[in-house]
Design a protein around this ligand. Structure first.
Ligand code: BGP
Length: 481
């Protein structure tokens, strides 16, 4: 037992995203969304990167795991009951935009979609679980991409505003914690997920990425404004992908490159969303891509909106750290995650090459805390692994427990360092479809779902070894790891 480090109301829980677990992709009026046209399997990212990628379902050709997810749409009561059994204080999930507005540009919402999330939220409340909602997690309605050109088009600001207003108004009496966009900064690495941009529709032009970000920042500020008008007590955060970034050595050029990489990959979006204005380094960051501020479509009113409605807290995902070595121009990439960097000789990696670094999480928390002096919420962390169930479907995932234990220790140490940490929601608390591979076999859960990469199986749920371990962690508020 360690000394009590975690605050009394610490939000222990787990995290998921609609498109990776709900399935039922055409039920109750849901429209097609971006992940519905992303095939699964090893070739997923190559297919998306191809110049011919056409944002369509090719019926006879590929498996589309997101169509089925883990069929949470029909199992959510059972799943939330299992979360409650682990003692979850909160549950982070997202709302599928295309369930509420099937094409994205309608004026009136789809009542059946709204009703589904009413039921999910009520189920959480019934079990004393605080819902934490990501308004948009990697799933634009497809129509907004094919008809409007996605986030480069300023019309999306209004469509998102309508969506955000609809769900905030409907659920704010039962949901206090919100986030506007999942991993908004991830467009630096994979614009397809967060901005609906593939090489075939403009992802290779950095101007599109920055214009999309600006439009998303404005949309995010509008959501913050709406939330606080509905109830000043609502907590609405940004959500960034954070990969702690080290310099390979003490060479000043590597140190400088590390600082610049941090600005670009970790801080740029949060700087705008938290501080309410573009950081001073924006000019030089744009110049790196031969761009100027005057290349962009923005207004004085939009900048005022950003300044007036910054986020309340910083939600972030943390899986790994990276290393910069520009002096030797070394670049290797963690498989399936597209975050460049060099192998760190002091760290082990997951089966997908993600470098496991609990101390990096403490550093992330300290850096974010020093920079922003705002509450922090670790809304994703975990180990993707290929689990081997025994004949009783039991998975002895001591490797996952080791990963989580070390990261939770690091959170406790960061709290001792002075970071204000609201909660911790490990990713994929129940096995679900992987975002990068589109497969089931990369699993994160405390709960095993009997389903293979082709979407076949009984869909039965089984508790893994980590289920009882995490239950104990929550019951002791992080004291017994
Ligand atoms: C984050 C995403 C999640 C999730 C996670 C794990 O980037 O926000 O949606 O999928 O990564 O990634 P993967 O599923 O590729 O292992």
């Amino acid at each position: 037992m360690t000394e009590q480090q975690f605050p009394k109301n610490f939000l222990w829980g787990g995290a998921t995203a609609a498109n990776q677990l709900e399935g039922a992709y055409q039920e109750d009026g849901k429209g097609l969304s971006l992940p519905d046209v992303l095939p699964g399997g090893k070739e997923r990212m190559n297919i998306i990167a191809s110049p011919d990628f056409d944002f369509k379902i090719h019926d006879d050709k590929y498996v589309y795991p997101n169509h089925i997810g883990i069929d949470h749409y029909h199992h959510f009561k059972e799943d939330i009951a299992l979360f409650a059994e682990m003692g979850f204080k909160c549950y982070r999930f997202s709302i599928a935009w295309s369930r509420i507005f099937p094409k994205g540009d309608e004026k009136e919402p789809n009542e059946a979609g709204l009703k589904f999330y009413d039921e999910v939220i009520d189920e959480c409340v019934k079990h004393n679980i605080e819902p934490v909602i990501t308004i948009s997690h990697y799933e634009l309605p497809l129509y907004l991409i094919t008809e409007y050109g996605s986030w480069t088009n300023k019309k999306l600001i209004g469509f998102y505003e309508n969506f955000a207003r609809t769900v905030l108004t409907r659920y704010h009496d039962r949901v206090k914690y919100w986030m506007t966009f999942n991993e908004i900064n991830s467009a630096a690495h994979f614009p397809i997920m967060s901005q609906g941009l593939a090489p075939s529709n403009g992802a290779n032009d950095k101007k599109n990425i920055f214009q999309s970000w600006h439009n998303q920042f404005v949309a995010s500020s509008k959501a913050v404004k709406i939330a606080h008008e509905l109830d000043p007590e609502l907590q609405i955060g940004c959500m960034i992908l954070y990969a702690t970034t080290y310099s390979y050595d003490s060479h000043p050029e590597n140190q400088l490159a590390t600082l610049k990489a941090n600005q670009e990959s970790n801080f740029f979006c949060a700087d705008v969303q938290v501080r309410g204005h573009y950081p001073a380094y924006t000019k030089n960051l744009l110049a790196k891509y031969d761009l100027k501020v005057s290349d962009f479509d923005y207004t004085k009113e939009e900048l005022e909106l950003l300044a007036k409605h910054p986020v309340d807290y910083i939600g972030f995902s943390y899986y790994m750290s990276t290393v910069q070595d520009v002096v030797n121009e070394r670049q290797t990439s963690a498989q399936g995650n597209f975050i460049g960097g060099v192998s760190n000789p002091f760290l082990k990696s997951s089966e997908w090459g993600w470098q496991i670094d609990p101390t990096g999480l403490r550093i992330a928390l300290d850096q974010l805390s020093d920079r922003y002096e705002k509450p922090l919420f670790i809304v994703e962390n975990g180990l993707g692994a290929i689990d081997q169930p025994d004949e009783n479907h039991y998975v002895k995932d001591d490797y996952r427990i080791d990963y989580l234990r070390e990261h939770i220790k690091a959170v406790g140490e960061a709290i001792d360092d002075g970071a204000d940490v609201m909660g911790y929601t490990p990713w994929g608390c129940i096995d679900l479809v992987s975002a990068s591979t589109g497969e089931m076999s990369k699993r994160y859960g405390f709960i095993y779902v009997d389903e293979d990469d082709e979407g076949k199986g009984t869909f039965n749920r089984y508790k893994k070894q980590s289920f009882d371990w995490y239950k104990k962690v929550i019951a002791t508020n992080g004291a017994d790891l």
